[in-house]
Design a protein around this ligand. Structure first.
Ligand code: ADE
Length: 509
């Protein structure tokens, strides 16, 4: 007799259970909202042993996504593996079925595609397209924020994706930069439909009846945040909730951080309900106008919703001026490049964020060069200035003096401070003044000088690279993030010299 788990997954079978080269026949057409996805029989059901599994791409409480190669075809997939026992313990069967249904309905370049499903005794498997560049979020972190051209490009792709999804009666309900993946060509692939809703056929305005809070605090719309259960049932999720998230994401791409930020979810919700957010200096004007028209408390007054002219009106917004909507997925996305603003001017890095590893590789070549034939030259042309070589007795004396005289000593774990000073550390369009401490180790700590709290440390590695842009501005490129640092005193070149000297003596052997 089939057990509950088998029954659950039998229900999951249906559309999307396709062989790799079978394409759905409804491309470009809208699937009627009530239609059950067409069943396409897989030539032969796949099984776990058909694949070589690689690294874990993402993890949830009852699932993980793992890179996989099919042994016979050498095709690459991202396989979502769901643990049945855990899924049942958390009562998530409904969501898993819905995710599978939604994926089967979507057939559009801006969404991950479901190629096949199979199961064994303990697990369910969803074979998805592999988005080789991973999530959008780390790229925003890496470069701080996107320039206007890049923000416009990715915002336009998200708009087209939402338009398609909403035309099929699907609401994502957890749209955020972590769920927007990038394929090898840097185009978006929206994923994670575990919180999605399929609208009922009689719903004309996209309002569904009952609902509970789903999603992620920073991107959740105010209509989903009523605490009273009765109210929550009346107010409810609609396509407009995804438009709110779009506004929050456009803000984050432009500014570097999401609009509503606070220490706890509760405080974030309070800010959302009060529409309590500000635009930092340098936020592009047209993007600002668009965000203001999306982050609107009344869902029916958000640009893009049916009551406000729908997607046609949204695409007409001046921020999107010049976008060719017809063939975006065939256009080459703008290259991601670290940049920052100083006194209203954009300062660009000479490096592209092609890929974290590509950046690392080219830098490690730089260091190999230094290590081999340029070591002696470096030492001939650069006298030691910061990296001292004290005897252990001298070091002890210096440390004693540091402990007595330097108030920053408490933050450096007993290391000798080699250089220190106040720098403005920029993250996107936001800046914070920090006291930086370059120490042996090596370490580059930074401290909030007002609250006297250690805020962090720039991670050292062989592949780290400093780039001076002018007397005030310099970049420290690390594999996962570019740090934008501004020395108001104008000693940026000295900082670069100190860091480079430290790198040389740390990695020369
Ligand atoms: N992480 C989660 N899903 C993924 C996918 N389909 N491709 C790449 N990384 C992922």
């Amino acid at each position: 007799m089939p057990n509950l788990l088998t029954i659950v997954f039998k229900k999951l079978k249906g559309g999307g259970n396709k062989s790799n080269n079978q394409k759905s026949n409804n491309q470009g057409k809208e699937t009627p909202q009530t239609e059950v996805p067409q069943q396409v029989i897989q030539a032969q059901k796949k099984q776990r042993s058909d694949f070589e599994f690689g690294k874990i791409l993402g993890e949830g409480s009852y699932s993980e996504v793992v890179q996989a190669i099919e042994k016979t075809t050498r095709k690459e997939y991202a396989i979502k593996i769901l643990t049945k026992r855990q899924m049942i313990r958390e009562n998530k069967q409904k969501y898993v079925m819905r995710e599978r249904d939604v994926l089967a309905r979507l057939n559009h370049p801006f969404f991950v595609k479901l190629y096949f499903t199979f199961q064994d005794k303990e697990r369910l498997y969803f074979g998805l397209s592999l988005a080789k560049r991973g999530e959008l979020l780390p790229y925003i972190h890496k470069v701080g924020s996107f320039d206007e051209i890049t923000t416009r490009f990715y915002a336009a792709e998200i708009v087209l994706a939402l338009e398609h999804m909403h035309s099929l009666g699907i609401i994502h309900r957890d749209l955020k930069p972590e769920n927007i993946l990038l394929n090898e060509e840097w185009h978006i692939q929206i994923t994670d439909f575990g919180s999605a809703k399929i609208l009922e056929a009689d719903s004309t305005d996209g309002i569904v009846r009952a609902n509970s809070f789903v999603g992620t605090a920073q991107y959740v719309s105010p209509e989903l945040l009523t605490t009273n259960r009765t109210e929550r049932v009346e107010k409810s999720a609609s396509k407009c909730s995804d438009l709110w998230a779009l506004g929050a994401i456009i803000y984050q791409m432009s500014a570097g951080l999401p609009p509503f930020r606070a220490g706890t979810e509760y405080l974030i919700f309070q800010k959302i309900l009060k529409l309590d957010y500000v635009f930092p200096d340098g936020f592009p004007e047209k993007a600002k106008d668009l965000v203001q028209k999306l982050l609107v408390i009344d869902p029916k007054k958000r640009l893009g919703c049916n009551e406000c002219g729908g997607y046609a009106e949204l695409k007409e917004h001046q921020f999107f001026q010049g976008v060719n909507w017809e063939n975006i997925h065939k256009q080459t996305p703008p290259a991601l490049k670290p940049f920052t603003m100083l006194d209203g001017e954009e300062i660009h890095s000479d490096y592209y964020v092609d890929d974290f590893n590509i950046l690392s590789n080219s830098l490690s070549e730089d260091f190999q060069k230094i290590n081999t034939n340029e070591t002696e030259n470096y030492e001939k042309t650069h006298s030691r200035k910061y990296v001292l070589d004290p005897t252990s007795q001298e070091r002890t004396q210096l440390l004693l003096k540091q402990e007595k005289d330097v108030k920053w000593h408490q933050f450096v774990n007993g290391n000798l401070i080699l250089k220190m000073g106040l720098l403005d550390k920029r993250k996107g369009l936001f800046a914070r003044r920090r006291n930086f401490l370059l120490t042996e180790g090596p370490h580059l700590y930074y401290v909030d000088p007002e609250r006297m709290i250690l805020k962090g440390e720039i991670p050292w590695s062989r592949t780290m690279k400093v780039e001076a842009k002018n007397f005030k501005t310099f970049f420290v490129h690390t594999p996962n993030r570019t740090y934008y640092l501004i020395d108001p005193e104008g000693y940026a070149l000295e900082w670069c010299r100190a860091i480079e000297e430290m790198m040389h003596y740390t990695y020369k052997s």
